[in-house]
Design a protein around this ligand. Structure first.
Ligand code: ADP
Ligand code: UDP
Length: 234
């Protein structure tokens, strides 16, 4: 399979068309962004870490029976994926209170949720990805009622599989974001699963091992990604 032309360049990735209509190359860039792109740095090695961590986690999910777009890791920074029609929603699962939930609801950071919370957000940078009630997702026809149920079920399965796997590696899965798309009417998990899109905390020390190191200027940003890669691939 050969890359032909870039179809979409976002903040963190480039999606390339290929000579196979049903497939794309997802290339991970070295750009780190936060706060709707207002904070931006180029960080050597980031694209490679995210591609390798994401590939590993997609393979793990496939083994557990989750339908994902992942086909094959083809280079340090690129994977082949199935081309999807992406839904305009982001699905967030929260096991432990952090980030926007703490800011929005005044919940104390670190509060545990069992069962976990599943939330929907509108994928719209201009509107700053606002949170949506399920009723909004339905009324705005961002997803059908069936797709909403499937996304919720699938997100909780991903949480069980990833959470259990990471626990064994000494990492707590605090929260994460997923994106789904459709292929021939089937709902498929797309995009990436990496320290850019998840919160990972060291189970023993609570040390932050994800993009919050960049968001909060904590230092040791790529060292943390390197350690996540080492642990998930060990
Ligand atoms: P952003 O658009 O938020 O800046 P990225 O740089 O991560 O984000 O861009 C990747 C884009 O590719 C996202 O819009 C995502 O929804 C889309 N995407 C992810 N997987 C697929 C896929 N399999 N087929 C088509 N588009 C995809
Ligand atoms: N997230 C993401 N992309 C987004 C928004 C959130 O990958 O556009 C991830 C984020 O990294 C975290 C989880 O989703 O793991 C929940 O993010 P939150 O709503 O707390 O927002 P943030 O604190 O990132 O503003």
């Amino acid at each position: 399979m050969k890359k032909t032309k870039p179809l979409y360049e976002g903040k963190a990735k480039v999606l390339w068309e290929t000579d196979s209509a049903g497939h794309m190359v997802q290339e991970f860039k070295n750009d780190a962004t936060a706060f709707d792109g207002t904070k931006h740095e180029v960080v050597q090695g980031k694209g490679s870490f995210n591609n390798r961590i994401s590939s590993h986690l997609f393979r793990l999910l496939a083994k557990a029976g989750v339908r994902t777009h992942f086909v094959e890791e083809i280079s340090d920074t690129e994977m082949i994926v199935e081309r999807l029609d992406m839904l305009k929603v982001e699905v967030v699962v929260r096991n432990i209170a952090a980030g926007s939930m703490v800011r929005r609801l005044g919940v104390e950071e670190g509060r545990k949720f069992d069962p976990p919370i599943v939330e929907f957000y509108l994928k719209d940078d201009d509107l700053h990805d606002p949170i949506l009630a399920e009723e909004h997702v339905r009324a705005l026809e961002l997803a059908t009622p069936d797709q909403i149920e499937t996304m919720k079920r699938s997100a909780l399965t991903v949480n069980d599989v990833l959470g259990g796997f990471l626990k064994e590696k000494g990492i707590d899965l605090v929260d994460f974001k997923l994106e789904f798309g459709t292929k021939d009417e089937e709902l498929v998990l797309g995009d990436e699963i990496s320290p850019d899109t998840c919160r990972f905390h060291d189970s023993k020390t609570g040390r932050i091992m994800d993009k919050d190191r960049f968001r909060q200027d904590l230092g040791g940003f790529m060292e943390a990604y390197g350690e996540v890669l080492d642990r998930v691939s060990s």
